[in-house]
Design a protein around this ligand. Structure first.
Ligand SMILES: NC(=O)c1ccc[n+]([C@@H]2O[C@H](COP(=O)([O-])OP(=O)(O)OC[C@H]3O[C@@H](n4cnc5c(N)ncnc54)[C@H](O)[C@@H]3O)[C@@H](O)[C@H]2O)c1
Length: 292
């Protein structure tokens, strides 16, 4: 159902790789709500993914950019402004990747070159994107910038690895730049902290299926899907949220406020307790992961 929430608005959407991507759903819904969009991703992702299908569906140009490259971002923003005929209204940062996670390096054995890449791709790229947008005065008054985050920024979740540090930095950038851009041009900057979601990046997270089941059993409203996330992000691009800025907004069915739910407790009672797991399943310790 369309509410014409974004009628007349224009924006750039980073990070749609395939139909599972959260950015893909945001792009589809943004267009449904009346927005005009430009799509972007890395040259490699354009070759590997299916972004061109989305572009055709949304009648949107695709402009390649590696979000860690300021030169690429400058080119992207210049081209987007040409396409839109001037400044635009919103930008979505839906980008994350950890070489440490990909290569199976645990948090107590990080490769520091990989860590730099994790932080650059997953967090500093957000700063670069905003800095380029601001220097080029690419956003209109009361524009809106959103990035996607995860609760591992606040709480330790087994296996999330150096992405937790990246998300903490990402959320901090939203606050620090939110002050500057808000004060100057009423541009708001927020992060949306989303439930675990089965996407390409999500599937890189250790034990995503179990994590999703656990989060589902802990959340009174259940996990938020990528489609739910798209709906929420649209409200942040719309004029209905003009005074919301510098926030990390949990979009997780209530998970972030829970300590223990009845459902999770029951699962725990029925299943193996900690000592059972260790005595019966792993008599010599699990040995599979030092982070255990
Ligand atoms: N899936 C989840 O469980 C979950 C939960 C909370 C938050 N998030 C966040 O949502 C965002 C989107 O991820 P997703 O789950 O839709 O997965 P996804 O794999 O579909 O999207 C990740 C995107 O990042 C892009 N990317 C990687 N390196 C890049 C670079 N250098 N420059 C530009 N783009 C680059 C990829 O090409 C891809 O399109 C990420 O920030 C992710 O951390 C995901």
């Amino acid at each position: 159902m369309s509410f014409n929430l974004l009628k007349g608005k224009k924006g750039i959407i980073f990070g749609a790789l395939n139909e599972q991507s959260i950015a893909w759903k945001v792009a589809e819904r943004a267009v449904e709500e009346g927005a005009e969009i430009v799509l972007t991703n890395t040259p490699v992702s354009l070759r590997m993914g299916t972004l061109n299908e989305l572009a055709a569906k949304c009648n949107a140009p695709v402009i390649a950019a590696d979000a860690t490259s300021v030169a690429d971002l400058e080119h992207l923003v210049d081209e987007a402004m040409k396409h839109f005929g001037g400044p635009f209204d919103f930008a979505l940062h839906s980008i994350g990747m950890s070489p440490n996670v990909r290569k199976g390096r645990t948090y107590d054995d990080l490769d520091y070159d990989y860590l730099q890449k994790t932080l650059d791709i997953s967090a500093i790229s957000f700063h670069k994107m905003i800095q380029v947008l601001r220097k080029k005065d690419a956003l209109r008054e009361w524009g809106s910038i959103v990035a996607l985050s995860y609760i591992a920024a606040q709480r330790t979740l087994y296996g999330y690895n150096d992405m937790a540090d990246a998300k903490a930095l990402l959320e901090s950038i939203a606050r620090s730049f939110g002050y500057i851009y808000g004060r100057e041009k009423h541009v708001r900057i927020n992060t949306v902290s989303q439930s675990p979601t089965p996407t390409t990046a999500g599937n890189g997270v250790l034990g995503l299926k179990d994590l999703m089941e656990f989060a589902e059993s802990m959340s009174p409203l259940g996990n938020a899907s990528a489609n739910d996330c798209a709906d929420y992000v649209l409200t942040l691009f719309s004029d209905l949220t003009r005074k919301v800025t510098m926030q990390n907004l949990f979009h997780d069915g209530g998970f972030s406020s829970m300590g223990m739910s009845r459902r999770a407790m029951r699962t725990y009672e029925k299943g193996l307790r900690f000592e059972d797991v260790h005595e019966h399943q792993f008599p010599f310790g699990t040995g599979d992961n030092k982070e255990e």
